[in-house]
Design a protein around this ligand. Sequence first.
Ligand SMILES: [Ca+2]
Ligand SMILES: [Ca+2]
Ligand SMILES: [Ca+2]
Length: 248
Amino acid sequence: MNTISSFIAILALAGSLALSPLAAPGGNVRISVENGNLIIQGDSRDNNIIVTEGNITGRAGTTINGERRIFPPEGVTGDIVINMRGGDDFVRVELPGTNFAVQHDLEINMGAGDDILELLQVRVPEETRIDTAGGHDIIFIDGVLGVNDYIRSEFTGKFRVETRSGEDLLEFHHTIFSGEVDVNLGSGVDGACSTEDSEFLMPDQAVFNGGPPNEAPGDGFVAPSTQFPNIINFENFPDDCSFLGGRF
Ligand SMILES: [Ca+2]
Ligand SMILES: [Ca+2]
Ligand SMILES: [Ca+2]
């Protein structure tokens, strides 16, 4: 092989590697209704989806049941369960509770990999269970700016988050937590931010646990309210959350 053809062979090899599962963008997310529960099942690739009351949409090459987007299926009377499995996944849920709504529980398992979960103007009438598994994960919860004011996210039942190993960030704004709150950020230098514009109706039953002690600067909590008696394993209280866990 002369120099030019071996160079071309290397380019071809690099090209095929770029398309191999190692790069892993896209994938297919399977939507089904099982016993009245809506099951959203990712694959081992980097899945990117948006769930709204009008559509379930794939982005960045991700397909939904083989399509770009689908309407929310009929016959959902139970929980919404999202399992994204491995890969660096992105999930945004916008379900304000008007048309296609969370009717009971919302359960989200992001799986291994560095994942991003956004809950925007989400209403959950019963329990919320979020587990981001290993990896540097970000959970961002917010309301949506309405005509005059923020329409807030609202979690009525128990709200539980586990982010496990990795440097994770839980950031929330314009949210009402009506019941018990149980947040455990696991090992790694993690961050929680911020309680200032959110409301906790049962603050004595809100537990924020930064997880095991790690290297400096420790787990960070931006603006924890003095109303919370159960903020444990946080060592660092910075002014803003721009440098806290999960952002790489
Ligand atoms: Ca995945
Ligand atoms: Ca993860
Ligand atoms: Ca962690």
